[in-house]
Design a binder for this molecule. Structure first.
Ligand code: R5P
Length: 266
């Protein structure tokens, strides 16, 4: 691996081999998502606990201080909106590699929609992006998107999508956690895998369980947003998740961290 590629990846994946990415890119098709109406305000208190932030160029320019040193994962795909839910998979590449370099991105990310009508186009989008980014030593993180079908996707599907993303050259794959056979997703994917959280759930320990179990099975961490910043206590969630990822905390220990931070004891 070339020096630039290695250097960028080492900013994202920490020396313990783990990573906690904070995505706030949801507005690129959802508009002003709940609790992300003012992204700069939302991330202020939680950013210190993340290893990198994932967002679009528009939000980066408008809402993030250029003096911020947290590594940037730039979302470069889009072109769809919730107003046409049935066409969410019809994405193109929205941001050039030149722009990613200008914005000092440590990686770029884009979605692939395996099994959707536009599967072919999104897989070619990934391949073309990898072709360009490799020239400049920029890692591509492929997001295995499930659209509105989250929860209906099992290990077989997630393994298929993740493996294809890796085959086409993604340096990191973002997928979803599933309770059964998640190890099959990891075992079939030769590049590091991070998990997203999806819609916010009501139980904190459920989130800690997903993350803990996925790490036990070989994931390197998370690219997890709503279950942190839509929570009533985002800092407590961020610190507890960080403890699971970087301090080997069990879900029970993470819950203690959450409760201590929530009650101001930590
Ligand atoms: C989807 O809008 C984005 O790709 C998110 O970055 C991804 O889904 C992770 O965020 P969350 O944990 O909120 O699902």
């Amino acid at each position: 691996m070339e020096w630039g590629m290695k250097n960028r990846l080492s900013k994202l994946i920490q020396s313990d081999g783990k990573a906690m990415f904070l995505p706030i890119d949801h507005g690129y098709f959802q508009g002003p998502t709940s609790k992300l109406e003012a992204p700069g305000k939302t991330i202020g208190p939680i950013l210190p606990y993340a290893d990198a932030i994932m967002l679009t160029r528009g939000i980066l320019r408008a809402c993030v201080d250029p003096a911020e040193t947290k590594p940037i994962i730039l979302r470069v795909s889009g072109g769809t909106s919730m107003a046409r839910r049935e066409e969410l998979d019809h994405e193109g590449i929205t941001t050039s590699v030149r722009e990613a370099i200008r914005l000092n991105a440590s990686a770029v990310s884009m979605s692939v929609f395996v099994g959707a009508p536009n599967e072919h186009q999104t897989l070619l989008n990934l391949s073309n992006l990898v072709n360009e980014c490799e020239d400049y030593g920029i890692p591509v993180m492929a997001v295995t998107a499930v659209g509105t079908e989250i929860g209906k996707k099992d290990a077989r599907y997630l393994a298929l999508a993740s493996r294809i993303a890796a085959e086409l050259g993604a340096r990191v794959v973002k997928t979803y956690y599933c309770e059964e056979n998640f190890e099959k997703v990891i075992d079939g994917c030769p590049v590091p895998v991070v998990i997203a959280g999806g819609l916010k759930v009501d139980s904190e320990i459920e989130v800690f369980n997903w993350i803990h179990d996925s790490l036990q099975k070989g994931a390197i961490g998370v690219n997890l947003g709503r279950n942190i910043w839509q929570h009533e206590h985002p800092v407590a969630m961020a610190k507890a998740i960080r403890a699971v990822i970087h301090e080997n905390a069990t879900p029970k220990e993470a819950l203690q961290v959450f409760q201590q931070v929530k009650s101001g004891k930590k």
